[in-house]
Design a protein. Structure first.
Lengths: 199, 235
């Protein structure tokens, strides 16, 4: 059985994500095959780029219902987190609707540049196995222009001009707005927690 | 990290690992010979660096086309930085941004104080080819943002290599017209210079090379010092 399937809908650059799992001793399968994704122990939904492109690629690959139906641990990363939510203000596109919430554009100002690109202090706000050994104030590497506001599904928060969801959790789905694969030791910890998480 | 193509890859990987372990927040690899010689970098090292690093890194030098950028990004770089090619063909900025997203597109600007203004220079990798780009720095900063730059690295040439501190007044002037992340470059010689540039110019990051290569300013101590002085920084 595939230990970790990374959903390959095209477009996303997942070289660094693959390397991060390899450093943890895991060799993920990059796949768009529904059977392989359904059968994987764990599934990662990455994403870089624009929401509409990413959603249309998932539709084209017939993966929308596949992802909605997954029961194993699933981790959405960056745009992948926004795709797990209901809508994105980027192109005003309907997303997967698995986690309640809508991604909105970050407000622009010279004091808070957009894209928000860099290391942000992050604070866990709810207990979750993915946050094991993560402390308040640990920094993670963010690259985004859209963010999901805080909600009851927020499990970690960070600040730009306004607070936003750094991580979301609902049932077997978790999601990170930051890039764990480029967030040094704290990021590696999130990935190793994900590999140990059982639902 | 500045290097010319003949530098062996092992050196680059050793340095990358050292900076990763010392707590650098991001690495920039400059092939400073690329643009003046009208050729591109040998990029096999990008994949090796990507496997090694758990922090973001940017590749600068010789990226003149969508295909160049795609090659670098697919080998695992998080960003590409373009400088002279953006001046030669400003449309390239928008093409890169729409293909890869603004977050990947860093514009490097070499700027020099002149007659109470700041002017952009190009082909600065080779002193004999360095020339004025016939543009005001503040105009170019505005234009590259409109065209899709996701980050600007401003290298203040009048300060570069002299270790007298970043050019905080120029950086503050650029900050005032820059809504994307702004990285200061050129002039770092003491830890106080880093603190000043964050406090006075409100930059998002400070780049340095020689003081880190020589270990004159150890990165862990620098970050501790900045944190003690209320700069929000990862320790």
């Amino acid at each position: 059985m595939t230990q970790v399937a990374i959903i390959d809908s095209g477009g996303a650059n997942i070289t660094s994500l693959l390397s991060a799992f390899e450093r943890l001793g895991v060799a993920p399968e990059l796949t768009a095959d529904a059977t392989q994704i359904r059968g994987a122990e764990r599934v990662v939904l990455p994403g870089v780029g624009a929401a509409r492109d990413a959603m249309s690629r998932l539709h084209t690959a017939n993966l929308v219902d596949v992802i909605r139906g997954l029961a194993q641990p699933v981790l959405g990363i960056c745009l992948g987190m926004q795709l797990l939510c209901e809508r994105s203000a980027e192109d005003d596109v309907e997303c997967l609707g698995i986690i309640p919430g809508r991604a909105g554009k970050l407000p622009v100002s010279a004091a808070f540049p957009v894209p928000n690109m860099g290391w942000c202090a992050t604070r866990p706000t709810a207990p979750h196995p993915i946050l094991d050994s993560i402390e308040s104030g640990d920094h993670f590497y963010f690259v985004h222009s859209y963010a999901v506001p805080e909600s009851e599904y927020t499990i970690a928060t960070a600040r730009h001009a306004e607070p936003f969801s750094a991580m979301l959790g609902k049932d077997n789905f978790v999601a990170a707005q930051f890039h764990p694969e480029r967030s040094s030791k704290a990021g590696a910890r999130i990935l190793s927690n994900f590999l140990e998480w059982t639902v | 990290m500045q290097f010319r193509n003949h530098r062996v890859v092992g050196d680059i990987l050793d340095l990358a690992a050292r900076y990763r372990d010392e707590g650098a927040d991001e690495l920039v690899f400059y092939d400073i010979t690329a643009s003046p010689d009208d050729r591109t970098v040998d990029r096999s090292w990008v994949s090796s660096v990507s496997r090694l690093l758990d922090i973001p890194f940017c590749v600068a030098g010789g990226i003149k086309s969508i295909a160049d950028a795609e090659d670098v990004l697919h080998k695992g770089a998080d960003k590409i930085s373009i400088n002279s090619p953006a001046l030669a063909d400003p449309d390239l900025i928008g093409q890169l941004a729409s293909r890869f997203g603004t977050q990947c597109v860093v514009i490097g600007i070499d700027s020099n104080a002149q007659d109470s203004d700041w002017l952009v220079y190009q082909y600065t990798g080779d002193p004999e080819k360095t020339q004025s780009a016939q543009r005001r720095t503040l105009d170019w900063v505005r234009e590259v943002q409109e065209r899709g730059a996701g980050e600007i690295v401003l290298n203040c040439m009048n300060q570069d290599g002299v270790r007298q501190g970043y050019d905080c007044s120029q950086l503050a002037a650029v900050r005032a017209v820059c809504d994307v992340p702004l990285i200061a470059s050129g002039g770092a010689g003491a830890r106080e210079h880093f603190l000043s540039v964050f406090e006075e110019a409100h930059v998002d990051g400070a780049l340095a090379a020689s003081v880190f290569h020589s270990a004159e300013i150890p990165i862990p101590q620098l970050k501790q010092y900045l944190a003690e002085n209320q700069v929000d920084i990862r320790l």
